[in-house]
Design a protein around this ligand. Sequence first.
Ligand SMILES: [Zn+2]
Length: 343
Amino acid sequence: MKAIYFETHGGPEVLKLGERPAPALDRGMVRVDVRAASLNHIDIFLRRGLPGVKLELPHIPGCDASGVVSEIGDGVTGLKVGDRVVMNPSLSCGKCEFCQRGDVSMCTTYKLVGEHTSGTFCDQIVLPAENAIPFPESLSFEDAASLPLVFVTAWRMLITRGRLRAGEDVLIHGASAGVGIACIQIAKVTGARVYAAASTDEKLELCRSLGADVLIHAEKEDVARRIRELTARRGVDVVVDYVGKATWQKSLQSLSRGGRLVTCGATTGYNPEEDLRHIFYRQLEVIGSTMGSRNELMAPLKLIFEGRMRPVVSAVYELKDAAQAHRAMEARTSLGKLVIRVS
Ligand SMILES: [Zn+2]
């Protein structure tokens, strides 16, 4: 099958277009002809190489996909050849203590498609049947492929882990990026007030169009000072920070007493300076989150299928131009999601 893959770690130039063996179809699995895939920050980190993460090379990147079911494995019910499906990228054992209680992304053998297994920048993937989710005709394959990773991450982080409630104030850093566009919309349907911070006027305009109540230009304004002014020195109830080193201090300073800082990543660095007095004097909570369960994916997908939230695709690239898409993601200039059209 045709695939984008890399044999060594490095810059976008290591991505090659070529032939790779098609995966075998096992019992309980379905084969999906991939129509579209999307980029996530994890793709960049994995291509460069992450300390402690050993990839089997050559590796096909990509954690998100949509497509058409082309073959059904033994024992599969409820799906047929020709179904339009979007992929839930979380693979878990279903048996460990954490799976049993529904915290699938805490599974002791958790696997993310495209990180721990072969990814989606290719013609064909095979998936456990329960990971193939039918989606309505109202969404294009490109729209559908842009959804799972960022929306499941945002839902678990804000709603399950962050316990965001109606009437609360939430600050979102990097609000025009993939997880940000999901967080803004989920916070709004929850009934929260959204303070969106982003680095350009164009990015802030996208945040406004998604329902953000207050826009903060992160390059021109001190975000923490602006939050204190806007909230009469109180601070916000919840801060979403997956930017990491560049924003961590500001996030702690932006929280109200008893506020919650939720994080699912650190795109600018893992080791921020931290003044622990902020945490204990003001009784803050720092809450980690990663990926989510099928329920935590289905909740936002249902709202999108009903038209109450929407995908935000900023650009669509052909499979052969995957390196160009990686460069665009690294430049941090794009709004929302970058999608690869596979076939
Ligand atoms: Zn498990």
